[in-house]
Design a protein around this ligand. Sequence first.
Ligand code: ATP
Ligand code: MG
Length: 587
Amino acid sequence: MNTQVSTKQILKRLFNSYIKKHYIKISISMVCMVIVAGATATNAWLMQPVLDDIFINKNKDYIIIIPVVILLIAFVKGIASYFQSVLMSFVGYKIVADLQRHMLTTLLKCDLSFFNTTNSGTLVSRFLADVGALSRGVHNVIINIVKDSLTFIFLLGVMFHHDLKLATITLLIFPLAIYPISRIGKRLRKISKNTQVGFGLLTKKLTESFQGIKTIKSFNAEKIEISKIDKEIENLFFLTLKSTKVNSISRPLMETLGGFAVALIVFVGGTQVITGETTPGTFFSFLTALLMAYQPLKSLATLNATLQISMASAERIFEIIDQKPTIIEKKPNKDSMLKANNSYNLRIEKVDFKYENSPNLILKNINIEIVKGQKVALVGHSGAGKTSLLNLIPRFFDVKKGHIFLGNINIRDLSLKFLRDHFSIVSQDVILFDETIKTNIAYGRENANLHEIQNACEKANCNEFIDDLPNKLNEYVGEKGVKLSGGQKQRIAIARAFLKNSPFLLLDEATSSLDSKSERKIQVSLSKLMKNKTSLVIAHRLSTILDADKIVFLHKGKVEAVGKHKFLLKNSKIYKNLYEIQFKEKK
Ligand SMILES: Nc1ncnc2c1ncn2[C@@H]1O[C@H](COP(=O)(O)OP(=O)(O)OP(=O)(O)O)[C@@H](O)[C@H]1O
Ligand SMILES: [Mg+2]
């Protein structure tokens, strides 16, 4: 599984898709880097006239000229530094934003089956940690390659200009340091990958704990949770430490070699000054250039390490960007053969279904016809496959075998938008966003006006609790709607469905026991909602099955019996059984 994509491939892709388009900014920034590098080298070169002309020859003109030149250089270097930094940061942040946008677009197009198997904490960490690491890497690598290598080359130029022999000695020592350092890259890439995985696990555990805080408290499990998360924190600590250790392996080597070079130069150069072969100014200028060359060389030596860390992140980011949805829209589609938002017969024909990770079929040979305008109730024991069947109709999952037809057109031949526009879905677990009630009701219908929203609230019996809220429709509902009761959330979901006003209603009645008063309220709003619609209702309420045109009894993934309530009660023992345990006492 761990197929490490080659650095070259990743870089090529990064360059073509994310970096190339900023070429003007990068070019200007590079020109600025050339200026900065040149200014640094000029400073080193200036040591020679400072020493020889001012200190030794005591030339009075130079005492004005040189400080002015130094000031000028500092000014130019400052300006160039500013633009280089701002422009490169712009490019870096732009890459972050582009990658995040691409990840988001792919992710939201991914199927439910992808989210069933991928943890949201891991995804969040790819969004934040990986993208950040990659952008820092790209930013540093470009600066390394251009600014540091140019600074190093210019300083080397100053050294060669001053003393051919000494410069040659220096040039021979430096490459010795580069080789071992370039070898640690691979190890770093692996550690970095593990670090990001660790970061993902920590994010996952944290989100889970915060979301499950009620469960944690009711089980007095704070200590267990803390120790679980602490393990991840500790793991991350060791991984980052290891990464720094590997990354710093080059330090002792670089320091020793640097010291060795300086010592050698002082010895050889000092001898030359004593014998009068060279001036003290030339020697000091050489030494300054050598000392100044140390920093860019050090960055260059760790270039590969920086690169490998970003490559690990890039791999993980591209993994997301390359996700392909499995629910595919056919092109061209047959949307035009049906009228948008019109009611049709819905036919489920010989359908088999299983989840990617489930060993056996969840639904077997399902045949159901829902005549337009009718209300069909789906009943069965918990785990029978009712919700799964409902999810197939708007293609949240695709059937494994068989077909589903909307007005005689296979739903696979319709665009997802066209298909899903036909259905209002009220599901078992209502998920609200941390927004106002108004925004939640108008979700997916941004252009709905206030009147329409109020109308939907009225029909869904929401007004009685909305009127009690201090900010009415503008009240924030909290994460996942925590500030509302279960029944209130359901009524908001019903109001959403009223507003969407699709010809079909797919309803997964909540099993959670509500008190009979709110149960009734929901019942009243649901009956209003189902009026003049074609509906498929997973029923847990007696009223729903009593007035259903047809009841489908699902048992262990198979249609066990079909008919009206009275008929089934008389003819199906197993239905009678279910009725007695699930519906009768709920009256
Ligand atoms: N996302 C999933 N991945 C794998 N298996 C699943 C998934 N969702 C449900 N299942 C399995 O599919 C079977 C049918 O589940 P489903 O949710 O359709 O039952 P249900 O009839 O709606 O039950 P309930 O009345 O309790 O809501 C169960 O055995 C369940 O374990
Ligand atoms: Mg269910």
